[in-house]
Design a protein around this ligand. Structure first.
Ligand code: ATP
Length: 234
């Protein structure tokens, strides 16, 4: 479904991604693990059309999307939930969700998708008239995911969705990831919660200094000595 090959990204003279290749098949959960500054967010943003790569290919369902603007990438069915829950604080929960249905591909189904999102996140349904900025951190993360779902993505990319959340809310985020996977979405997940995310992963990659240094199935990486020492503290 998604194929990235030989991707380079530069910020001025600084190289953030070097020859990154990765692959996600339909209905897979693909996890990217890496230390701070490894380039995980840069990779997601580049796939989403926010940065133009200096080399490499990004194909989605057989079409080269490298360098296409974000709104076109979204129309093809790739959604992104950025790090740090970028909700509109002064708009209500409902207004935030409605903004997510802006892509043409999503408009006709908006009502049905909204019901689905409220089914997935009953707390958002209860708080639909509340200003998004007054939600708890966990609720804002749910809203950010819900807004992305309103665009009817086939592939959803989640950048550190459990960052800064309580253990209970972190579990809730993982419940949602499992549910989206069961509903047929393909998921690209960047998580600092390495153990929990590798347990879910059909495929996983370790990114260090802008390069993929290791890949395998979730269980393979959980068994890898380097991963256990560097990311699991074992
Ligand atoms: P973190 O987990 O800390 O968010 P990350 O793995 O997501 O880290 P990136 O945010 O992609 O890493 O950053 C990779 C490198 O690129 C870092 O050295 C960072 O300083 C640099 N970088 C990221 N965004 C920009 C930007 N807009 N302009 C210049 N340099 C950037």
């Amino acid at each position: 479904m998604l194929d990235v090959s030989g991707l380079d990204l530069h910020y001025g003279d600084a190289q953030a991604l070097a020859g990154v290749s990765l692959h996600a098949q339909a209905r897979e959960i693909v996890v990217i693990v890496g230390a701070n500054g490894a380039g995980k967010s840069s990779l997601i943003r580049t796939i989403h059309g926010m940065h133009r790569p200096s080399a490499g290919r990004i194909t989605f369902e057989g079409i080269d999307i490298a360098g296409q603007p974000s709104h076109q990438v979204v129309e093809r069915g790739i959604g992104q939930v950025a790090e740090g829950r970028q909700v509109f604080p002064n708009l209500s929960v409902l207004e935030n969700l409605e903004m997510g249905a802006a892509p043409r591909r999503a408009r006709a189904q908006e009502k049905a998708t909204l019901e689905r999102v409220f089914g997935l996140f009953p707390r958002l349904a209860e708080r639909r008239r509340q200003a998004a900025g007054t939600l708890s951190g966990g609720e804002q993360q749910m809203l950010a995911i819900g807004r992305c779902l309103m665009g009817q993505p086939k592939l959803i990319m989640l950048d550190e969705p459990s960052l800064g959340l309580s253990p209970a809310m972190t579990q809730e985020v993982f419940r949602v990831v499992r549910q989206l996977h069961a509903d047929g979405l393909t998921i690209l997940l960047v998580e600092q919660n390495v153990m929990a995310s590798l347990k879910l992963a059909n495929r996983a990659y370790v990114l260090e200094n802008g390069r993929i240094v290791l890949s395998g199935t979730g269980p393979e990486l959980l068994d890898n000595d380097g991963v256990r020492q560097a990311y699991l503290g074992l």
